[in-house]
Design a protein around this ligand. Sequence first.
Ligand code: CO8
Length: 260
Amino acid sequence: MEYSKLRIDTIDGVALVTINSPRTMNALNSEVLAELYDAFTELDADSSVRAIVLTGAGEKAFVAGADIKEMSAMSSLEGHRFGKAGQRVMLLLEKITKPVIAAVNGYALGGGLELALGCDFIYASENARFAFPEVTLGIIPGFGGTQNLPRLIGRGRASELIFTGKMITAAKACEWGIVNEIFEAGELLVKAMESARAIASVGSLAVCYSKDAIVNGLNMSKEDGFRYEASLFGVLFSSEDQKEGMSAFAQKRKAEFKGK
Ligand code: CO8
């Protein structure tokens, strides 16, 4: 499929998805949201892709939020639809079987932070900045931010960010557990791709089931989560990858996984 707002490059089983509207700081308008939904659906179905990195074009922003110019004229009904269009992308990021790493290379504000939070984990450049400025615009985070941020960093810190709209540095975001690791700006994509390639080289079924257990387990009681994990664990014993992984270990050779 052709995309006008995204660039997609696939290298060694890793798809690099770049939101490509640097002049507007990669702001999320309806078109970008629709393309992101289509692209992630397409990449999920592509068996040659085993991990995904998501970033923004240019040096200033990952994504500076939902498109304020588009939102400013919306009716209540249109605002509701727009919110749903964004939430559909965030929920898809959780549902797809491939891990998605957000490489945050500048501002991740509002909907941009929500997009990063929808990914499995976040790496950031030293110049990355994070905020939920929605309250300064008279709205609230509407692409899942009020739900995903407290689950990730706890109610207190999430409430502080959402109620004040204040901007935090990459270092603070890392200290608070939003960001896994910080890299120099020029190194960020190299490191994110390296990490994605490491994921792409192990058993892809096992990675997919791990993601399933983590994402779905977060919405279950601990006991149900343990039960769910055990069932996924058991299913993997019917896979060729489990047999290959364990025989390769016994034979002291590198496993060749097939994802089945
Ligand atoms: N939407 C639209 N355009 C944007 C956005 C945005 N979020 N952010 C930046 N731009 C545009 C600017 O308008 C400007 O365009 P132009 O040259 O045509 O005026 C261009 O990008 C460059 O921006 P600046 O000149 O402002 O660049 P600076 O380096 O001076 O500042 C900032 C960069 C700090 C990122 C600044 O642009 C800014 O504060 N942007 C807005 C950030 C923001 O408030 N984001 C949150 C938006 S609300 C949101 O995301 C809600 C999500 C949930 C929606 C649910 C709906 C129901």
